[in-house]
Design a binder for this molecule. Structure first.
Ligand SMILES: Cc1cc2nc3c(=O)[nH]c(=O)nc-3n(C[C@H](O)[C@H](O)[C@H](O)COP(=O)(O)O)c2cc1C
Length: 274
């Protein structure tokens, strides 16, 4: 089966998911790639339609064992017509729980045919200098693995006469999904609506953090002002600050960071389902 267009969708506040899906695309080696980065709010205003002549790769991070609610909301507006699709989740070396099965379920529901899937490891969003969980991941080994996975996906599709001839895929995970989704506007989950970011005097008000916030929670006129109701604790503002002026202050998120560092140190490896 030949596909005409390779479409790459990702939600990636701290950039690890972006790296992995780009590596997978490199492995597929299709020439032109259409990149749909749905990290920023304005990008999520645009809907996507795909056909049976496309190959769709969708990458999202794992948030509390699920896919981020904002990414799920956007994906539920996708209009696909028998589109072969690859779901990819990236997690911070704890677990991906039901995120991959949830992603595949949404893709299928929207008219895609999941032909492969994968779970990769990225530096944990809550990692700090003193709690460096999965620091530097994806590393060179992960990225080679991602590229090889892309190559295998390309070969699998080449060998199939049509998307309909690819046997239905099974992914790890449990239905109903075990954890409640991380929804920024739903209260009650452990991380939402927390005031957890410290801003030091090093802040130059350059606006990089406001620009990179996936929910517009940082005031563009004053980067010190963060709307804690909107904040999804993705830590993009911390990771992107060019002068390291933003850090996690003591509290719920720091406690999680400490816990993760003591409990999730053993290196996990990527898993591919083909
Ligand atoms: C709110 C939140 C919840 C998270 N939940 C999990 C989780 O359940 N399991 C895990 O291993 N990592 C978890 N992570 C870590 C991210 O999945 C991981 O760091 C990922 O690489 C981030 O992707 P990005 O760089 O594309 O933003 C969580 C991160 C955040 C911000």
């Amino acid at each position: 089966m030949q596909f005409q267009a390779l479409k790459l969708v990702y939600f990636s506040p701290t950039g690890t998911t972006k790296k992995i899906v780009e590596d997978i695309a490199r492995g597929i080696d299709h020439g032109s790639v259409e990149v749909i980065d749905i990290t920023r709010p304005d990008a999520r205003q645009v809907r996507l339609q795909t056909s049976e002549n496309d190959l769709l790769i969708v990458g999202v991070p794992v948030y509390l064992g699920r896919i981020p609610a904002l990414a799920g909301e956007w994906l539920r507006t996708l209009q696909a017509n028998d589109t072969p699709a690859v779901g990819v989740v990236v997690y911070g070396n704890r677990a991906y729980d039901d995120a991959l099965i949830e992603l595949a379920d949404i893709l299928k529901d929207r008219g895609c045919r999941p032909v492969a899937g994968a779970a990769f490891i990225g530096q944990h969003s809550f990692s700090t200098d003193t709690t460096p969980t999965a620091e530097g991941r994806p590393d060179a080994r992960d990225r080679e693995f991602a590229e090889a996975f892309g190559k295998n996906v390309g070969e699998k599709l080449q060998a199939a006469p049509s998307p309909g001839t690819v046997p239905e895929m099974q992914f790890p995970g449990i239905r109903p999904y075990r954890m409640e989704t991380c929804h920024p506007y739903k209260k009650g989950t452990p991380f939402w609506n927390v005031d957890f970011i410290a801003v030091s005097d090093a802040c130059t008000q350059c606006g990089t953090c406001a620009e990179g916030c996936p929910v517009g929670a940082v005031d563009p006129a004053d980067s010190r002002v963060i709307d804690t109701e909107r904040c999804i604790t993705c830590c993009a503002c911390i990771r992107r600050c060019p002068v390291h002026a933003k850090t996690i202050k003591p509290g719920l998120v720091m406690d999680a960071s400490l816990r993760l560092y003591s409990n999730c140190r053993d290196r996990k490896e990527p898993e591919c389902f083909l």
